[in-house]
Design a protein around this ligand. Structure first.
Ligand code: 4AD
Ligand code: MG
Length: 455
């Protein structure tokens, strides 16, 4: 059984026989032996393997190894006399498992652009940067579950196929069952009504919050948003907690605690990968993230935010006006230039927010909160939910929503209603923030954007 390189580097069982299996990054020959750099994906570091000329397949195979070939190595782990690594393997045998024709293997030893790597999304996890992103993403997913489970939240698997458009923004992908074949364009004959891919698990999470108290859902969500930006995907993952007997203040507290926890976790547990991002992707990233774990987030209402933006005299592409949603350029100016730290914006105009948000007493605003972070803008969107049956019904009617489709949602207010609140953390925006990646397409293994879904 082979050992993972990550474990070898931690345990360093010097002077023992070890086996590793991985892919060649480089081969360098000197005199009668070769140095192989082998990476197995368990960590950023490669292990150096020394292949001496006396190995049976030295001339026939080892001297033909090139980037991308897969090998199994057995040998003695020894302290490396040379600079660059503490330990290395003196190979007793090297089995070539798979060749990679150097004429055609696309990942040669040079810096490739992320745009190019996207075109080979089946090979890009073999690069340092995308391998590091994959490990950070996995760790962050684990930390999300740890955070909620440690606090007694119950995970709810909300459906991917849904008949309710939570955000009401008309961005739902619709489902069709071609096999059914009667020209029904929206899968109506299969489910008996229009169905699509979920844009958010929130409405179903509310059902479980109003039974189990504190719940969360964490899964893929889909939006047919035709925006080709560096922060939008058609398929992305969202972390959505929902808490019963909770108001906007409790909601903000949880969101801030979650973000701080996740940043602290990645800094501690992905140190090598994070160093790579700090060095090659965003200079100063580590200092920025550490600062965030220490500093309290700033708070401001939407109305104050609009005033601050107007006072700034900055020329924006989109004009700032009360009642109009903040654009990304406004969000970034607030968090990057005015506050220079994460910022929670609350109490947005009711008219620009979805039907489920709790209306304030004067009716002009809702108990909404967005969290904005430098470099990204909005990373979290959430609110206290409208728990009053009459107010919710009136708001849904005003929004042109067919009340009978949402009878179940209204029942939650009819029977044992309670104040409740929750939010959605865009998982890829989180990964973008912690890795410093300029484009969100580098944060998910197989990005889907308008016109792009290769494998
Ligand atoms: O602000 P949004 O639309 O909120 C909701 O969907 C609520 N129902 C969540 C809730 O209260 N349970 O989306 C939440 C977050 C955004 O702040 C953003 O980080 C991310 O999801 N997001 C996207 N990420 C990538 N690509 C897209 N197209 C995204 N749209 C939203
Ligand atoms: Mg939002």
């Amino acid at each position: 059984m082979q050992t993972r390189i990550k474990n070898l580097l931690v345990e360093k069982p010097v002077d023992s026989l070890v086996q590793v299996a991985g892919w060649i990054r480089t081969r360098r020959d000197t005199g009668s032996f070769s140095f192989l750099e082998v990476n197995d994906g368990s960590c950023l570091a490669n292990i150096q393997v020394i292949a001496e000329g006396g190995l049976a397949n030295y001339e026939t195979e080892i001297r033909k190894l090139s980037a991308g070939c897969s090998v199994q190595v057995e040998g003695n782990l020894q302290v490396s006399p040379a600079k660059g690594q503490d330990i290395e393997i003196l190979a007793a045998s090297i089995i070539v498992v798979g060749w990679a024709d150097p004429e055609h293997y696309p990942l040669q030893k040079k810096r490739h652009s992320f745009e190019f790597l996207r075109e080979i999304s089946h090979l890009r996890p073999r690069t340092n940067a995308l391998g590091a992103v994959a490990r950070v993403r996995s760790r962050m997913s684990y930390a999300v579950h740890t955070f909620f489970q440690e606090r007694g939240f119950c995970q709810v698997h909300t459906p991917v196929i849904t008949t309710s458009d939570c955000e009401g923004a008309g961005e739902m992908f619709q489902l069709t069952a071609l096999e059914a074949g009667t020209g029904d364009p929206c899968g109506q004959e299969f489910f008996g009504r229009k169905a699509g891919l979920t844009v958010s698990g929130q409405l179903q999470a509310e059902v479980y919050a109003l039974a189990l108290g504190d719940v969360y859902t964490f899964g893929p969500t889909f939006r047919a948003e035709n925006s080709n930006t560096s922060r939008h995907l058609a398929e992305f993952w969202m972390v959505e907690p929902e808490m019963a007997f909770c108001d906007l203040v409790g909601n903000m507290r949880l969101a801030e605690e979650l973000l701080r926890y996740l940043l602290g976790d990645v800094l501690t547990n992905c140190a090598d990968d994070m160093d790579l991002f700090d060095q090659f992707i965003e200079k100063g990233l580590l200092a920025k993230l550490r600062g965030m774990t220490e500093q309290e987030f700033a708070h401001i209402t939407y109305t104050e935010a609009v005033d601050r933006l107007l006072q700034s005299k900055k020329k924006f592409e989109f004009q700032v006006r009360w009642g109009v949603d903040l654009q990304s350029e406004h969000e970034r100016y607030l968090t990057e230039e005015i506050f220079r730290r994460p910022l929670i914006v609350t109490d947005y105009p009711a008219a620009i927010k979805p039907f489920y948000m709790r209306v304030s007493d004067h009716g002009r605003t809702v108990a909404a909160m967005d969290i904005l972070v430098p470099g990204i803008g909005e990373i979290i969107g959430g609110s206290q939910r409208e728990e009053r049956l009459d107010v919710l019904t009136a708001r849904m009617q005003a929004a042109g929503i067919n009340i009978s489709d949402y009878a179940w949602y209204l029942d939650l207010r009819r029977y044992g209603t309670a104040p409740h609140a929750g939010f959605g953390l865009g998982f890829e925006r989180l990964i973008q923030f912690v890795t410093g990646m300029a484009n969100i397409r580098e944060t998910i293994p197989f990005p889907r954007t308008p016109g792009f879904a290769p494998c």
